[in-house]
Design a protein. Structure first.
Lengths: 214, 214
DNA sequence: TGTACATCAGTGAACGCGCGTTCACTGATGTAC
DNA sequence: TGTACATCAGTGAACGCGCGTTCACTGATGTAC
């Protein structure tokens, strides 16, 4: 199967078959979501942008929502990778690695607002898309594993439930990302960067758990 | 100006003039947003639900987004009221009052998902709607005042910047509300209530600031 | 108190548009022999 | 190596639909005198 799609975005094809339509649809969806929000993405326009008739996408996705769910699923997969990388197997130590993970969280929301929007603002119920949900769960497990390692390393006097800590870290990250750390212009302006805000929040929180740097 | 709108939802009018169309449009918008999300709300359907021709809303709002912004603005106003009530002038003490405010935050997101969606997920830039933005700022000031009172009451060894603390409290609340505490079914299921999660998060955070109950 | 009139808040028909989706179809590709 | 054929991945025309918005209009209301 030779790959005949062209490199540019305008993309006139040379052959009857596109050769890479699925990927092109995902790319178009991301571009549309990032410029007009998850609600502004349409099947028809994605097709147009991929240089293909409006019926073509149906060879690859059952309907519009299925494509949306696939975007979200891929977003979660990429998100997991980024968090995993940042975690870097807990080096140099769990405490530092967790800060890096927090920065990676915000970096993802900032640099991939389209994925982030598809993941958290898609107007479809993820219970109808098990693959998407599973990918989301995997991403959460990465966060959770990090929290567990931090607790194991620090051995605070009273060890809190790992799940609770992970949910807290997720909430703090997501709260800051959605209020102040979006790549698009929708974020409120405040006199601190989202990164600084999250780092401080997590540090104070860990302090409250009896965990200090070192 | 006699008020001739009928009590029921179906609402057949008796006269040529509606008498209360603006309010009816807001009500319809809320109902639509809560059942189909902010993106699922249309001007035409709001008119239909108010029992009025599709041209009528233009007597009250310049366009669809203007109505959306008004819903968000009213949401922020109501939100401010609820937070203010819960704060109850800092009684019995600032620490307790802040917990009550946290519960009120989640209660608002849970019982008024339509307002909450309009406030935080409307796909319009609030810089274009100064009244909406001003209402949002007022709501934040309520949160901020609460944080300031808590700091004043507790006088921790090192007093952190009030603005930072307020942003943290807002982020934690919003993070938990949007991930776990929506009124609609979109929330993930976790083995703790959103209320418990937020209370614990704030307590641990305050502890980290050197502020303890009492 | 009655009446003329300005203003307000609706009507309803129409417009152009883009959407999702379907259909019978066809060009290109890969494979069996 | 050549050929017949199944399958795959497109086309393009068409459909019904609901949307936002506009227009000239009209019924109801409030007010000046």
């Amino acid at each position: 199967m030779s790959n005949q799609f062209t490199s540019g975005d305008g993309g006139e094809r040379r052959s009857y078959h596109h050769g890479n339509l699925k990927e092109a649809l995902i790319a178009a969806a991301l571009q549309l979501i990032s410029s007009k929000g998850p609600a502004g993405f349409t099947f028809a326009e994605a097709a147009r942008q991929a240089g293909v008739s409006p019926a073509a996408p149906y060879r690859h996705y059952r309907d519009r929502d299925m494509l949306m769910a696939d975007v979200a699923k891929r977003g979660f997969d990429l998100f997991s990778e980024r968090l995993e990388e940042a975690w870097n197997k807990g080096r140099p130590n769990a405490f530092e690695a967790m800060q890096a993970q927090g920065r990676a969280y915000l970096a993802f929301a900032r640099t991939e607002p389209a994925y982030y929007g598809a993941m958290f603002e898609k107007a479809i119920a993820d219970k109808d898309y098990p693959e998407c949900r599973a990918a989301a769960d995997r991403a959460f497990q990465v966060l959770r594993a990090g929290c567990e390692a931090v607790l194991d390393e620090a051995k605070p006097a009273r060890k809190p439930p790992v799940l609770m800590v992970a949910l807290h870290v997720w909430s703090m990250s997501h709260g800051i990302a959605s209020l102040f750390g979006r790549g698009d212009g929708a974020s409120r302006s405040v006199p601190m960067s989202a990164d600084d805000l999250l780092e401080a929040n997590v540090l104070i929180y860990l302090d409250g758990l009896g965990i200090r740097k070192g």
